[in-house]
Design a protein around this ligand. Structure first.
Ligand SMILES: [Cu+2]
Length: 127
């Protein structure tokens, strides 16, 4: 008798099905933030994003900008992300972040500031 592969016969004759799930976790679509040449510079400037959701900044302006976590360069700060210069029409994407608050800025234009609040929830919100 031909046996189905996902079953194992134990000594008592009990057949135990083993669920062999090939788990493919599709990453959610990125949360998009647009860099702008005027206030508030990051649109949205404040955002609540679920953890591990990719976050994508797009730079349609005519100049370079950075997306730099405020902790970067501080002696005791954990730098969560620093894009380096993103050119015009460039994009910077993070695969996702642990829950927490992440204020960030552009090192080339320190007036440009934004904040990400990464939650354990499932809904992205622009605030
Ligand atoms: Cu800038």
């Amino acid at each position: 008798m031909k046996r189905m592969r996902p079953f194992i016969e134990l000594s008592g004759g009990l057949l135990v099905g083993i669920l062999i799930a090939s788990v493919t976790v599709a990453s959610p679509p990125p949360f998009r933030i647009t860099i702008e040449g005027w206030a508030p510079y990051f649109s949205p400037k404040s955002a609540v994003v679920p953890m591990y959701t990719p976050i994508r900044w797009e730079n349609p302006t005519a100049t370079h900008h950075t997306i730099t976590h405020d902790n970067c360069g501080k002696p005791n700060g954990a730098c969560a992300f620093d894009s380096g210069p993103v050119p015009p029409d460039g994009v910077y994407e993070l695969p996702g972040l642990e829950p927490g608050e992440y204020p960030y800025h552009c090192t080339l234009h320190p007036i440009m500031r934004g904040i990400l609040v990464v939650t354990k929830g499932t809904m992205a919100t622009k605030i």
